[in-house]
Design a protein around this ligand. Structure first.
Ligand SMILES: [Zn+2]
Length: 90
């Protein structure tokens, strides 16, 4: 693992949520180009995020995974943010 991996992995989730600054985004994207380890980490993050699209009844059955709710709540906030941006542009 490269030295920059630890700092990039801290930024990965923010990057995935598009909460990074332009400078941080360049750092992450530059690193991802030559680091399969961090690309894998981002891919598994995308896998987690698809859980948000699971119907709510299905998610409530997974009581062993309270973090699913955290992900869902975050997803809802992100969607609201996206809607807000779209209303600005239109
Ligand atoms: Zn890396």
């Amino acid at each position: 693992m490269k030295d920059s991996c630890s700092s990039v992995s801290e930024l990965l989730e923010k990057y995935f949520d598009q909460e990074v600054t332009d400078r941080e985004r360049l750092l992450v994207e530059g690193h991802l180009q030559d680091c399969p380890i961090c690309r894998d980490a981002l891919t598994s993050m995308e896998g987690l995020r698809t859980l948000i699209k699971v119907p709510v009844e299905e998610a409530t059955q997974q009581e062993d995974f309270p973090w699913v709710w955290q992900k869902i709540e975050r997803g809802i906030r992100l969607q609201e943010k996206a809607g807000w941006w779209q209303s600005l542009r239109s």
